[in-house]
Design a protein around this ligand. Structure first.
Ligand SMILES: Cc1cc2nc3c(=O)[nH]c(=O)nc-3n(C[C@H](O)[C@H](O)[C@H](O)COP(=O)(O)OP(=O)(O)OC[C@H]3O[C@@H](n4cnc5c(N)ncnc54)[C@H](O)[C@@H]3O)c2cc1C
Length: 375
């Protein structure tokens, strides 16, 4: 049993409980506490810090690359592709409106997509695609986001890269600093965060939801919002999620690193950026799809070796460096690339399946979730 002091200080009945303190949960809390100033809000997080994807990603403030948006259009249709772009664009605007760029190491460096000889791209084809997509995106963005770099491409020093397409709206940030800034903001606004508490199940009894956790402490609430990135089965039986591990590494400092920015390759399956003078490279999930469908936060030889090959052969040919840091995180993948933002039952809501683009999308989804829950 809890003591009366614990009960009255930490476990009193809540208006809203949010499960998970990744970006989906934190941004939802950010908008909920602004919209419902008097509401009692608690975030329940199973780990000591957010531990899924939000603090383990690559920190791309990503707009999307040319081939990625064309693939999205092919798979989902033009309207859905534009919706995904709009979510990211509005999300990125929200990040820079809410916090100073300096506090987040946010830099609008521009993004780039690389194409190799082996893809046998013709300049005219890429030019036509750039023109087509810039036109399609015109209702959303005034400037033309994509351009083919032509001769300027050689300054990057990449090997076997024949074409580079720039996308100007993209940038990079420090996801750990963003998560910390959100947590500090929420705590100042009176949002309670309970760490080390895993939600096992919940039961709706009339207007009250009883939340069962790994602790003895009973939790009750009027509304519950699940933002667990699909990481624990059973909480959302009606929404399907597949885990997809994303692996990353960071090099030592590179002497005279000739570029800065975020880079995409192979429809976004490979991605890299500078972190100061170091190179952060991730992806290659498509070299071992089945192996990477896991919740494990280990790294694997198959993917790490493939990333090292790509780094040595294409990104930093002839350079000397060491790999100083390796890690992985788990993405939640839904049936399509569109995230799930839904009212699951009368007082149960979900924001999950943010896939590999959740840094940018989470603020948008959090704001929409707050609107939905106030209805
Ligand atoms: C390697 C990698 C690179 C990426 N790079 C980028 C990038 O550059 N740009 C970009 O936009 N996106 C990127 N992403 C994707 C992005 O990080 C995710 O889309 C986003 O962080 C998902 O946020 P989330 O809040 O939904 O999930 P998470 O951040 O995973 O948060 C879920 C939280 O819920 C908690 N939790 C789970 N179950 C329970 C439970 N039962 N009870 C209590 N707590 C629970 C977990 O501990 C976790 O803290 C990347 C992802 C990975 C893995």
């Amino acid at each position: 049993m809890t003591s009366i002091w614990e009960k009255e200080s930490f476990f009193e009945h809540q208006d809203i409980i949010i499960v998970g303190s990744g970006f989906a949960g934190l941004w939802s809390a950010y908008f909920l506490c602004r919209k419902q100033r008097k509401a009692k809000i608690t975030i329940v997080e199973k780990e000591p810090i957010p531990t899924g994807a939000s603090t383990r990603n690559a920190g791309f403030a990503c707009f999307g690359s040319l081939s990625e948006l064309l693939a999205d259009e092919q798979a989902l249709g033009t309207e859905a592709m534009l919706t995904l772009v709009e979510m990211r664009q509005k999300g990125l605007e929200r990040i820079t409106k809410s916090f100073s760029k300096k506090a987040l190491d946010f830099e609008k460096t521009g993004g780039y997509e690389l194409y190799t000889q082996s893809e046998q791209r013709k300049t005219e084809d890429l030019e036509a695609q750039v023109k087509y997509l810039n036109k399609s995106l015109k209702p959303l963005i005034k400037v033309k986001p994509f351009s083919l770099l032509g001769k300027k491409s050689s300054r990057f020093g990449f090997k076997n890269i024949t074409h580079i397409i720039q996308n100007t709206p993209e940038g990079q940030l420090h996801p750990g600093k963003l998560a910390r800034a959100l947590i500090q903001y929420l705590q100042c606004k009176g949002v309670q965060i309970l760490n080390g508490v895993e939600v096992k199940s919940y039961e709706e009894q009339g207007e009250i939801i009883h939340v069962q956790t790994n602790h003895i402490y009973p939790l009750t609430t009027n509304q519950i919002l699940i933002c667990n990135n699909g990481l624990s089965g059973g909480l959302l039986p009606s929404i399907s999620t597949m885990p997809a591990r994303g692996q990353v590494f960071l090099t030592s400092e590179i002497k005279n690193l000739p570029w800065k920015g975020t880079f995409h390759f192979d429809e976004g399956y490979y991605y890299f950026r500078n972190l100061g003078k170091k190179v952060l490279l991730g992806g290659a999930r498509n070299s071992a799809f089945a192996e990477e469908e896991t919740f494990s936060l280990e790294t694997s030889d198959t993917v790490q070796q493939e990333l090292e090959r790509f780094l040595k052969e294409v990104i930093l040919p002839g350079q000397t460096f060491t790999i100083d840091h390796r890690w992985s995180g788990t993405m939640g993948m839904g049936q399509s690339k569109l995230p799930d933002l839904s009212r699951v039952s009368e007082n149960v809501y979900a924001v999950v399946n943010l896939g590999g683009i959740g840094v940018a999308m989470a603020p948008y989804l959090g704001e929409e979730a707050a609107k939905l829950m106030a209805m």
